[in-house]
Design a protein around this ligand. Sequence first.
Ligand code: 5AD
Ligand code: FES
Length: 334
Amino acid sequence: MSNKLFTKNEIIDILKDDSKNEWLFSLADKIRQENVGDAVHLRGLVEFSNICKCSCKYCGLRTENKKIERYRILKDEILQIVSDAVNLGYKTIVLQSGEDGYYSCEKIVEIIKAIKDFDVALTLSVGERCYEDYKAFKDAGADRYLIRIETTDRDLYAKMHPYADFDNRIRCLKDLKTLGYEVGTGCLVGLPNQTIESLADDILFFSEIQADMVGIGPFIPHPETPLKNEKTGSFILALKVMALTRIMLPDINIPATTAMETLNPDGRIIALKSGANVVMPNITKTQYRAKYEIYPNKICLNDSPDKCRGCIGAKIKSIGRYVASNYGFSHNNG
Ligand code: 5AD
Ligand code: FES
């Protein structure tokens, strides 16, 4: 077990200096191999509602975007999608949506219970909720929860999230930890005015809150948002933040994110060779995919769940890795 801990200054130096990138990526790959092995865990992602009350400046689903057609997938159709995914071999289902008030605590609980009748681990990604909701979801059988901190820079957080509260975001992460969820968080890389120092803080934060999963993706400007004219985040910088996260938190789960593949056609494979051990293929039906446009040019928009399963399976095999056959709980990847 190698666990190379860097100080904040060392992290900053590594992020600023591109001359040692190859060393960094191979060190992260080695630490990934030693701690979580060669298995790649697939998490089937259902994007079940693009309706959102939030105004995150970077996100195409923000409530102010009147140009996208909104949709909701109801319980029966979600169960059909899950059933098809189970038949494709998925062991984890991720339910993701905008912050859509239609899905009350009771409605989510009903969906959780029905999904847990299948033999799968269940991850929720439905945003900021109160402690009681998180508790009800856990009691109903949810195993994991994803909620990215997005940035630990309080000023930047306030600018990026009008009407939202950084402290409530932290409260959510702490409540989820207390309730015994496996907690996934993460950040965006390349937000306007984001500093390298704050990215180093993000990495230290993942370690501090003892994240079980960390997803990192480059910022991609969406034409229907206030950030439409801003620069696209750097693929390499996002990859470096990800590799450093692997080195700092050797045994967690780290996805090769879809946003990385959007900026680089081999993005997920490169990420899997630089510290990542998870992929989250889309299992949403093709007809809804284009409408879940968090950022433009998302991959797999015209593809089907079985096409994506085959595609990613082949890619994983092509680099000498294999798709895990267990549930892939963190710290228990054997
Ligand atoms: N570019 C890249 N990632 C984005 N997300 C939201 N908007 C964008 C964007 N424009 C990410 C956020 C969120 C996740 C679901 O998608 O980090 O947590
Ligand atoms: Fe969807 Fe490759 S993962 S087509």
